[in-house]
Design a protein around this ligand. Structure first.
Ligand code: 16G
Length: 210
């Protein structure tokens, strides 16, 4: 938090108007943000994710020197619904493994992630405590060669089912990222829906003229 206006005036020997104007400019530039009733805060630098590299959350955050942990909300076997089945190329009702986790970076929530995995390929993870493990590392150990993914991004607002997990108010901006992940043989083994906090995460890409 930055000091209150009065303190800024005293510290820098400026008028209330000047202090207010300066803070407003920094808010407009996105360097500060206001929270109703709480004060004005310095904006944290967002995690910048390069598109084009197929990485895991654990890899992404570790590369940035951030500490990774997960709150595991659910790990279990279930039957695929029609959407999940279509994404994974199986029949509705076939067995899958579902993993739902709040992904933390440096001890604070970054994303809420639900992975749906082919049961036969992923049942090895059912007994694991995933709070301190990488799903991709575990799947690799069990022989899956993670090769490619199709990924899409969509702007969404955080809803009531998500906001407490993500630690932001209902209606906060977020990115819905959906991924279908394929093994080296070109078979899909994972369909993931992740809601990433808009204030902590941004996506970047290098573009080339056609
Ligand atoms: C990332 C992936 C997600 C994958 C997870 C595995 C995005 C948008 N999503 O969060 O699809 O399931 O990593 O992470 O990057 P883990 O190996 O650290 O458990």
């Amino acid at each position: 938090a930055i000091p209150p206006e009065r303190e800024l005036c005293d510290r820098y020997g400026v008028s209330r108007m000047t202090a207010r104007q300066a803070v407003m400019e920094l808010v407009n530039e996105g360097l500060l943000y206001r929270v109703q009733g709480l004060g004005t805060f310095v904006t944290e630098e967002k995690v910048r994710q390069e598109t084009g590299r197929l990485t895991s959350f654990t890899q992404d955050m570790r590369e940035r020197g951030m500490e990774v942990s997960s709150e595991v909300l659910e790990v279990g076997a279930d039957q695929a619904g029609p959407v999940v089945a279509r994404m994974l190329g199986i029949e509705a009702g076939e067995k899958i493994v579902r993993v739902k986790r709040v992904r933390h970076a440096d001890g604070r929530p970054m994303a809420l992630e639900t992975s749906h995995l082919l049961y036969e390929r992923a049942r090895g993870i059912l007994g694991l405590d995933l709070s301190g493990l990488s799903l991709y590392e575990e799947l690799s150990k069990s022989g899956i060669r993670i090769a490619e993914a199709d990924q899409s991004y969509e702007a969404v607002l955080v809803n009531e089912a998500e906001n407490t997990h993500l630690g932001v108010p209902v209606g906060s901006p977020a990115l819905l990222i959906e991924r279908i992940t394929y093994d080296a043989e070109g078979h899909p083994f994972e369909y993931v829906k992740s809601v990433y906090r808009g204030d902590r995460y941004r996506v970047a890409a290098r573009l080339r003229a056609p």
